[in-house]
Write a protein that binds this ligand. Structure first.
Ligand code: UD1
Length: 429
């Protein structure tokens, strides 16, 4: 199993290209199941999760090809991939494929909408809390699907197709919003979805579906109105920049010190997190071609944050922010409200010398701590990158094991950081 070695003490200076968003690319790829025509997605990141989803989609009968393969392999830009679900040959998503990544469960929506049936294994993914699928099942049932759980599978059927409905989610969920929206595009009549997630990735999916002929209004607000259509057609769509990768490298520059241009990043996608960084004493400047992040000389101030659905502070940046706060001059509290078990990085940060106390959903970080390199273990995707960040300021070497978590969501991480002067290397086992 590969590990990553970080030697601390180097500032970051240079340009980091921001990739296409993983959390947008995955639902966009799944949307290809809704049409027999070609859906071309531009700027798809090179990630293990993308490869896992390609395996799931091809199992359903989706053909794909990569445009400009040679050029993309040389550089750090994402690929353009064309997906064609001419014929769905299998409506079952088996356990061995779905268990690797939670988002693969989302195929249930398009399969039900187009094929009127689906059998999808209950999901796996990062071990950050129980993460049920009740909202998916409930919303699809509201659209007329009959769903039973049998042998670890959700078995769904909608004889004669789905039917539009007025439905209110009992809790805000990104995944359930994606799935219900996709399902409703081909349902008979009008669907109104209330209490929807407003994350930019939901808007990106809505824009792509609209380009495919769907009739959707209200994207980016909590109420989506969808007029069902007979069929969707092909489209070409560019995946929006990854706001979590953007925030991660902004925090990496803040913790290590230096000056970095996050090329292609869009500030409006993570305004709340950028505001938090400014309060922490980091200089942020919006440029035409990205975001410039600087911390030269002065220290980091403690800031309290609470994770919230968009436009609040994202749960996917909580671990990284905690790593940064270990260097703040004072005490900060970090409250997690989205997932119940998302503090597994705390004990690993403690191995590096961080002073963090946990009380239920709240972590108190006592900074500043002089971190010292150690061997640590990646426990989930975002937690693992927080350990890399801590390694950037730790004295000596930090070795992070189980980096397959990182490979699920961060494209060319070691190259991007090394190009800015960090000492980060992958050790292949
Ligand atoms: C997505 C993101 C993930 C991010 C999360 C919150 C992708 C691939 N993943 O995950 O990176 O951390 O949004 O911004 O885009 N819930 C239920 N029942 C359900 C579904 C969800 O109770 O049926 C709960 C979850 O346990 C959690 C909360 O709702 O407490 C939010 O989860 P959700 O927004 O669905 O997260 P994901 O879509 O899995």
């Amino acid at each position: 199993m590969d590990s990553i070695k970080v030697t601390g003490g180097h500032r970051l200076n240079g340009v980091i290209p921001i990739s296409g968003a993983k959390n947008a690319a995955l639902p966009l790829m799944i949307a290809s199941l809704l049409t027999a025509d070609e859906l071309i997605l531009e700027n798809v990141p090179h990630l293990a999760d993308v490869e896992s989803l390609i395996r799931i989609l091809t199992n359903h009968g989706v053909d794909y090809h990569v445009e400009g393969k040679r050029r993309a392999h040389n550089g750090q830009q994402g690929r353009n991939i064309a997906f064609t679900a001419g014929e769905i040959v299998d409506t079952t998503a088996p356990y061995d494929l779905v268990s690797k990544m939670r988002a693969s469960f989302w195929v249930i929506g398009p399969l039900l909408a187009r094929m009127h049936k689906a059998k999808v294994s209950l999901p796996g993914g990062c071990a950050i809390g129980t993460r049920p699928v009740d909202l998916f099942i409930d919303s699809l049932q509201a659209l007329g699907a009959k769903i039973t759980i049998d042998g670890g599978y959700a078995v769904a059927e909608a004889t004669g197709g789905l039917t539009g409905a007025d439905y209110t989610f009992s809790k805000v969920s990104v995944g359930a919003t994606h799935v219900a929206m996709m399902a409703a595009t081909l349902a008979k009549g009008k669907t109104v979805l209330r209490n929807c997630a407003r994350e930019p990735e939901v808007t990106d999916l809505a824009n792509c579906l609209i380009a495919m002929g769907a009739q959707i209004s209200g994207a980016g607000t909590s109420t989506l109105t969808i007029e069902g259509v007979e069929a969707l057609h092909g489209a070409r769509h560019r995946v929006l920049p990854d706001r979590i990768e953007t925030g991660t490298y902004a925090m990496a520059a803040a913790i290590a010190g230096g000056e970095v241009l996050l090329k292609g990043a869009q500030a409006s996608l993570l305004q709340n997190a950028l505001d938090v960084l400014v309060r922490a004493g980091v200089e942020i400047e919006e440029k035409n071609d990205g975001i410039r992040v600087m911390r030269n000389g002065h220290g980091i101030k403690p800031v309290d944050v609470t994770t919230e659905p968009f436009p609040g502070f994202p749960t996917d940046l909580q671990a990284q922010f905690m790593a940064l706060m270990t260097q703040a001059e004072g005490t900060s509290t970090i409250r997690e409200t989205i997932f119940e078990n998302r503090f597994m990085h705390v004990q690993e940060l403690a191995r590096l010398g961080a002073q963090i106390t946990l009380d239920g959903q709240e972590a108190t970080v006592h900074g500043p701590s002089a971190l010292k390199g150690a061997q640590v273990m990646a426990t989930d995707l975002r937690a693992s990158v927080s350990l890399v960040m801590a390694g950037l300021v730790a004295e000596g070497d930090t070795t992070i094991t189980r980096v397959y978590h990182l490979d699920r969501g961060f494209e060319h991480l070691e190259q991007k950081l090394s190009a800015c002067g960090a000492a980060v290397e992958r050790i292949s086992a």
